[in-house]
Ligand binder design. Structure first.
Ligand SMILES: Cc1cc2nc3c(=O)[nH]c(=O)nc-3n(C[C@H](O)[C@H](O)[C@H](O)COP(=O)(O)OP(=O)(O)OC[C@H]3O[C@@H](n4cnc5c(N)ncnc54)[C@H](O)[C@@H]3O)c2cc1C
Length: 428
């Protein structure tokens, strides 16, 4: 059976579901397809292993979509401070204070109440599915994947695995890093696998909910602490992220929880609160990937389908929300101008805005990755000088913080220049 829509969005992850909500609220007839079922939140269950640091910019966007209050009503943990420092040991380490150049970004210096929130992905996704499903203009097709795509001159059509055919003007690929839509549309990617992987560990610690998220940089990769909600009995939940070589992570994964706890206590910096329990662990390969084009005729890509970045500063979904926001604005304007929703002139505007912004964030992540995953003394000196300078210059530090919060688009010039010199950046 064929059904007609204005837009078919494949992938109802956080980005696809946000875009469906935004477009549905503007009156477009949207089909939202996902191979999974509706996410479910149960407050009595431990936190989702996948959590994201959502920036103030994402909060504003989700508020505009009217989903933010529902997310807060479920669970979200604000953080007011973000700290980073270098943990590499060198011959002079014993003569110097442990952290010569720790940098703390503080919301109070920006006249803000918080820098962002740590939110479980399941919560963001559920709030967005609920809001999309509540709109008459949005039809959900859960438990269904795409088997065929027609990307014609006059219309597009998507065939689902159960045989349903969805006809439309525009198909959006929001189906994540291994996007099937991207492949069916013949869009290639440039890809670089990092030598590190990320292990996420859900834990409980003794003490009230902390208002700080921190990251210590070791030559083998960063180790990070992200606070979550209270767990009762004077304990709180947190998410730890341990970046390291695939071999070291394979070793850690093979350990039982008692042995893993001992490894964490040995490897994490002393800032880690007293852990009482390990709930779950999972590891993720990390890669930098960029689609060669975001648009091919009647197909357009958003979120991880268009770009994946090193998650070390937790920016992936924040960029995806910026894509969704930009695309929904461009599509609305195309309609207002009486144009086809896949009009190349309008879709090019989307790519022209989003590609340089996404590329810029990829470059910043790579500056951090290359600078900190290196033991050579000149680089050690350079990064500590950099951190020291950030510490000494509140103006520069606040600009970096605003960039990470999604409030400011421009990076301080020094970081931009460093990034442009990195290998592989030219072809992105
Ligand atoms: C360890 C780690 C930590 C991270 N931390 C952060 C963080 O703190 N902050 C942050 O901003 N980002 C973070 N990220 C990145 C963030 O998780 C991603 O950028 C984000 O999930 C991308 O969202 P998306 O909706 O584009 O794609 P996805 O979340 O991948 O969603 C894709 C959706 O498409 C569906 N799908 C896939 N294929 C098909 C198909 N063929 N047919 C139908 N449906 C399909 C899937 O079921 C899924 O629901 C982190 C990533 C990692 C690995």
């Amino acid at each position: 059976m064929t059904q007609a829509f204005d837009i078919v969005i494949v992938g109802a992850g956080m980005v696809g579901a946000a875009l469906a909500t935004g477009l549905g609220r503007s009156g477009f007839r949207v089909a939202l397809v996902d191979r999974g079922s509706a996410p479910e939140f149960d407050p009595s269950l431990p936190p989702d292993i996948r959590v994201s640091a959502l920036s103030a910019g994402s909060e504003r966007y989700l508020n505009d979509l009217d989903v933010w209050p529902g997310m807060l009503a479920m669970r979200a943990t604000p953080y007011a401070r973000l700290a980073v420092w270098d943990e590499t040991r060198h011959p002079l380490s014993n003569l110097l204070p442990r952290k010569v150049a720790d940098v703390v970004f503080d919301a109070s210096n920006l006249s803000a109440r918080h820098l962002g929130h740590i939110v479980e992905n399941r919560i963001t996704q559920q709030a967005l599915w609920n809001s999309a499903a509540a709109l008459n203009s949005v039809s959900l097709f859960p438990d269904n994947a795409v088997s065929h795509l027609e990307n014609g001159d006059h219309h597009a059509a998507v065939t689902l695995e159960d045989g349903t055919e969805l006809e439309c003007q525009l198909v959006v690929g929001a189906d994540g890093a291994a996007s099937g839509v991207r492949e069916l549309a013949g869009i290639g990617v440039t890809k670089d696998q990092y030598q590190q992987q990320a292990m996420v560990i859900s834990v409980r610690y003794q003490g009230p909910v902390e208002d700080i998220t921190w990251q210590g940089f070791y030559p083998s990769g960063p180790r990070a602490f992200l606070p979550l909600h209270a767990a009762g009995n004077g304990e709180s939940w947190a998410s730890l992220v341990w970046y390291d070589s695939p071999e070291q992570l394979a070793h850690l994964k093979s350990l039982d929880n008692r042995a893993l706890m001992a490894e964490i206590q040995n490897a994490f910096p002393p800032e880690l609160p007293l852990l009482t329990h390990i709930e779950a662990k999972a590891s993720f390969p990390i890669a930098r990937q960029h689609a060669k084009t975001y648009v091919n005729n009647r197909v357009v890509l958003v979120g991880d389908a268009a770009h994946t970045i090193n998650p070390l500063a937790g920016q992936g979904v924040n960029l995806g929300f910026q894509d969704a926001h930009c695309l929904q604005t461009v599509i609305r304007e195309a309609k207002r101008a009486g144009c086809d929703l896949a009009d190349p002139e309008w879709l090019t505007k989307y790519e022209q805005q989003r590609r340089p912004a996404n590329r810029r964030m990829m470059m910043v992540m790579d500056v951090f990755y290359h600078l900190f995953s290196n033991r050579t003394p000149p680089l050690h000196l350079l990064r500590n000088l950099g951190l020291g300078a950030a510490k000494a210059m509140p103006f520069a530090r606040n600009r970096v913080a605003k960039y990470a919060m999604g409030i400011d688009d421009e990076l301080p010039p020094l970081i931009r220049q460093l990034a442009e010199r990195l290998p592989g950046m030219k072809q992105l």
